[in-house]
Design a protein around this ligand. Structure first.
Ligand code: SF4
Ligand code: SF4
Ligand code: SF4
Ligand code: SF4
Length: 369
C-alpha cells in the first residue's frame, strides 16, 4: 500500500494512503479527543471534538473525516482549538446530567459515600454505571471542564429496561450514534436509528417501541460502543482479572475474555485480536455464559427416570443403565446430542464415543442450549 508522510504537532508521521488525520495522529500516540469516533465504525463527524488546524486549509476541519495527504502540516493543540472543543462539549452536555463532571469531589467519592452535593439521587455520578470508565468524563478532564456556561435542561425520558441484559437510558445519551452505526454496520440488524429532529432527537426503535418489542437481537454490540452510561449492562460487576478463552457455543470460534471476581465469572468481552470475531460477539457469547456456569440448577449427579419421575442415581448405576439400553441398538438407530455448555474436550470425547464405539455419525452439538 502507498505510504504518505505528514507532520502533526511537529512530528513526522508516515501512514498508509487513505488514513484520516485522526488515524495518523493515533498511530504516533497523539491524543485528539473524540466521542462519536469508534475504530471499527465508519467516521461520523458528529461530536466535532476532533477539530484540528491544517496549514493552507480554511477553518478547523474535523480530524476523523479528513483524509491525511502527503506533506500536510497539522496542529492538534492550540488555545483556539481548545476553546472550540470546550464549546462543543458544553453543547453536548446541555441536556446531560453534568453535575457528575463539575463536582470537585468526584474523584474522592466511593459508591457508598453520602453525596455532599444538592443534586437528586439519580444524578449522583457514583450511581451511573459508567462512572470511572466514561469517555465523557475523560474528555471533560482533558478539556479541563469544570463549569457549565450554557443553559442546562436535563431530559426526563423513562429508562428502557425491557432488554434482559442491558438498559437504554436516553437521559445520559449524547447522540453520538455509535449504537445506531454498530447495529447497522456490524450486526446488519438496523433495530435502532436516530429519530426525531432538533432537541427531540433520540435513539429509537421503529415506532419508538421498547427494545424488546423491536427486531433487536440483544447482541450488545451497541452497548459496548456507547461512550457513556446510556447503554449499560444490567449487571455492572467489574472484574479483578480476565482469562482469555473461546466461546463454546458455535463453530465460529469467537475469542473472548472472561472477567473474574471472587472466583466467579462476572463479565465477558470480545477479544479485539480474535481473528474470527475482531471483538464482536452474539447474544449467546456475550450474555449466555456467566449464568449457566454458576447456576445452582446445574446437575451435579446423574438422574434416572423411574415411573415417570427423575431420581438421583450413582454414576455406576447411571452408566450401567445407559450401557444396557444402548446395547439394544446399532448405528443409525442411535443419535448422540452433546451440549455447547460442556467443554470442547468433553464434546470431542462424546463424538469419538459415538463414532468409534456406537458406530453412528449422528452426532450434534453446534450452539444447542
Ligand atoms: S455517562 Fe459519564 S458523564 Fe454522564 S453521568 Fe455517567 S459517568 Fe457521568
Ligand atoms: S443489541 Fe444488537 S441488535 Fe440490538 S440494538 Fe444493539 S446492536 Fe442492534
Ligand atoms: S445511546 Fe450511547 S452510543 Fe447510542 S447515541 Fe446515545 S450515547 Fe451514543
Ligand atoms: S455463539 Fe456467538 S459469540 Fe459464540 S462463537 Fe458463535 S457467533 Fe461467536
Amino acid at each position: 500500500m502507498d505510504k504518505i508522510t505528514l507532520t502533526i504537532d511537529g512530528k513526522t508521521v508516515e501512514v498508509a494512503s487513505g488514513a484520516t488525520v485522526l488515524e495518523a495522529a493515533k498511530s504516533v500516540g497523539i491524543y485528539i479527543p473524540t466521542l462519536c469516533y469508534f475504530e471499527d465504525l465508519e467516521p461520523y463527524g458528529g461530536c466535532r471534538l476532533c477539530v484540528v488546524e491544517i496549514e493552507k486549509m480554511r477553518g478547523m476541519p474535523i480530524a476523523c473525516t479528513t483524509p491525511a495527504t502527503d506533506g500536510m502540516v497539522v496542529k492538534t493543540n492550540s488555545p483556539d482549538l481548545l476553546n472550540v472543543r470546550r464549546t462543543a462539549l458544553e453543547l453536548l452536555l446541555s441536556n446531560h446530567p453534568c453535575e457528575c463532571l463539575t463536582c470537585d469531589r468526584r474523584k474522592k467519592c466511593g459508591p457508598n459515600d453520602i453525596c455532599l452535593r444538592s443534586v437528586g439521587v439519580t444524578d449522583r455520578c457514583a450511581l451511573c454505571p459508567s462512572n470511572g470508565d466514561c469517555e465523557l468524563q475523560k474528555v471533560a478532564e482533558y478539556l479541563d471542564f469544570h463549569e457549565m456556561r450554557l443553559p442546562h435542561n436535563p431530559r426526563e425520558y423513562p429508562v428502557d429496561t425491557s432488554n434482559p441484559f442491558f438498559v437504554l437510558d436516553r437521559n445520559k445519551c449524547i447522540l453520538c450514534a455509535r449504537c445506531v452505526r454498530a447495529c447497522n454496520e456490524i450486526t446488519g440488524v438496523g433495530a435502532i436509528d436516530m429519530a426525531y429532529r432538533g432537541s427531540q432527537m433520540k435513539v429509537a426503535t421503529l415506532g419508538d417501541k421498547p427494545l424488546m418489542e423491536s427486531i433487536c437481537k440483544s447482541c450488545g454490540e451497541c452497548m459496548v460502543r456507547c461512550p457513556v452510561g446510556a447503554l449499560a449492562p444490567k449487571d455492572m460487576s467489574r472484574p479483578d482479572s480476565e482469562v482469555k478463552t473461546t466461546c463454546p457455543y458455535c463453530g465460529v470460534g469467537c475469542e473472548m475474555y472472561l472477567g473474574i471476581k471472587d472466583g466467579r465469572i462476572v463479565s465477558v468481552r470480545g477479544d479485539k485480536e480474535g481473528k474470527a470475531n475482531k471483538s464482536r460477539l452474539c447474544v449467546k457469547g456475550r450474555f449466555g455464559i456467566k449464568e449457566f456456569v454458576h447456576s445452582p440448577e446445574r446437575l451435579t449427579k446423574p438422574l434416572i427416570r423411574k415411573n415417570g419421575v427423575l431420581e438421583e442415581a450413582t454414576w455406576d448405576e447411571a452408566l450401567n443403565y445407559v450401557a444396557q439400553k444402548l446395547a439394544g441398538f446399532t448405528g443409525d438407530e442411535i443419535a448422540v446430542l452433546a451440549s455447547a455448555k460442556s467443554t470442547n474436550e468433553d464434546n470431542y470425547v462424546i463424538q469419538k464415543f459415538a463414532r468409534a464405539v456406537l458406530h453412528t455419525n449422528n452426532v450434534d452439538h453446534c450452539a444447542r442450549l
